[in-house]
Design a protein around this ligand. Structure first.
Ligand SMILES: [Zn+2]
Ligand SMILES: [Zn+2]
Length: 457
């Protein structure tokens, strides 16, 4: 079975490689005058990359990584629709990049903000970035049930094109929503590490890319995504391609805007962290692997020295993320921590010199009741819903669209008399009985999303 899938993947990869041929990226480059020429040569590795992808498909994405820790294996994540609920505050979190504050006289034109939306997609990852040049970037796309919410959020910001799409690594909680997003939106360039995975989710991703007639740019250390005055986007990992753990293949992204830096770790673990040779010093750290203790070593943290640390994690997740160990390390490193499970979508904005966050830091909160004595006692009892900062401007999505961002808890879904799942209209599991209700009501009953029709989670 696995072998057959691997062969299918190879075939898919080969056909993508073949169909892309040598005329790589001519389309997207021509429409992107800002793209540096270096970009072109970098992307020529694409077809070759996916070729090798196929060849090594079972060597790295396979056995060991699949069973380790279990936190990201597709079998778990694909069905773990628990709690992707969230996001009901997502829209409110959107600052909308309409900052009108006086721009200081900068030596080089900084015309707009860099706005990073750490979307609340439950126990998964999806980060939307509005670049100051007007382009948009998406790092990961959550689980498959998150695609609609993510796209709705983008629409609320008037984003119709994803200029740069990064799939950090092939785990379902990172790529699950991407096939639908790729199918529905205009995509500029796609970056993925040179590693494969024998899951249907990964197959769907490759198929979506193939159907789009696109090719994959290899994500690895040294690849530049964008380089324009005051804005630099680089991939600084994976440094190696022989990791046994799929998470260690994660594309790690560094964005430097003016004097501010943002570091996005994907699910990279401590081994991969240690291999990174690039400068990782950053103001904002997207914490690796949802706060798992297998990532974010104290040594790495001291290199990054972040002031802000964001953890994308689902409340009540079965993995115990974020772990006390990582919360302690972040606390010791002096970072303010923001968590999507406690605060919903977190929006961090840089004007090139200073950084603002749409919510106050999360209270220090060890997951286990007996907290260490070093915990900040003053903040421990705070309510989970962090209050908004007083300086927060009135929330304004650029184009106030009717539905706001992730979190459509009142969309219509259907349940059956006896089933434990809720469904979209037309699902074959509704043959016996079909009762209309709302998403929030279904979830309140403890029902979970059907794996066949894949309604929003
Ligand atoms: Zn992972
Ligand atoms: Zn993950």
């Amino acid at each position: 079975m696995i072998k057959r899938k691997a062969i299918l993947l190879i075939a898919l990869a080969m056909s993508i490689a073949l169909s892309s041929g040598c005329s790589i990226l001519t389309d997207s480059v021509s429409t992107r005058t800002n793209a540096p020429t270096a970009n072109i040569s970098e992307t020529t590795a694409a077809s070759e990359a996916i070729n090798q992808n196929g060849n090594s498909s079972s060597s790295s994405g396979g056995e060991s990584s699949q069973n380790n820790e279990g936190s990201d294996t597709s079998s778990n994540t694909e069905t773990s629709t628990e709690d992707t609920s969230a996001s009901s505050d997502g829209a409110q979190a959107a600052q909308g990049g309409s900052a009108t504050s006086v721009v200081p006289a900068a030596p080089i034109a900084i015309t707009s903000d860099l706005t990073v939306h750490f979307l609340d997609v439950g126990q998964a990852d999806a980060t939307l970035i509005q670049l100051p040049n007007g382009q948009a970037m998406l790092i990961d796309g959550g689980n498959s049930g998150d695609a609609d919410n993510i796209m709705r959020y983008m629409r609320s910001l008037n984003i119709t094109v994803i200029d740069y799409l990064v799939a950090t690594h092939p785990h379902a909680d990172h790529i699950g929503g991407l096939p639908a997003i790729i199918g529905a939106m205009d995509i500029g360039e796609i970056y993925m590490p040179r590693v494969s995975h024998t899951t249907q989710t990964f197959e769907r991703l490759l198929t979506a890319i193939q159907d789009k007639g696109m090719q994959i740019n290899t994500a690895r250390d040294g690849v530049n995504i964008l380089s324009i005055p005051e804005l630099q986007i680089d991939i600084i990992a994976p440094v190696r391609d022989d990791y046994s753990e799929l998470n260690d293949h994660s594309a790690v992204i560094m964005i430097v805007y003016g004097s501010t830096g943002f570091l996005f770790m994907g699910d990279a673990e401590i081994l991969a962290e240690g291999h990174i040779t690039a400068n990782v010093s950053a103001d904002v750290l997207k914490v690796g692997h949802h706060g798992s203790h297998t990532s974010t070593s104290a040594a790495f943290l001291s290199r990054v020295s972040p002031s802000y640390a964001v953890i994308s994690v689902g409340s009540g997740n079965s993995y115990g993320h974020p772990t006390d160990a990582v919360l302690n390390r972040l606390d010791s490193a002096g970072a303010n921590v923001y968590r999507t499970d406690l605060q919903g979508t977190v929006v961090i904005t840089s004007d090139g010199s200073s950084i603002t966050v749409n919510v106050a830091p999360a209270p220090y909160q060890a997951n286990a009741p007996p907290s260490s004595p070093s915990a900040e006692p003053s903040q421990a009892p705070q309510a989970p819903q962090a209050p908004q900062t007083t300086s927060q401007p009135p929330v304004s999505a650029p184009e106030p669209t009717p539905s706001s961002a992730p979190g459509n808890s009142d969309i219509v879904v259907f349940i059956t008399n006896t089933g434990a799942r809720y469904h979209l209209d037309g699902c074959r599991h509704l043959a016996q009985s079909k009762i209309e209700t709302t998403l929030s009501a279904a979830k309140a009953q403890g029902l979970t999303a059907c794996g066949t029709c894949r309604p929003p989670a």
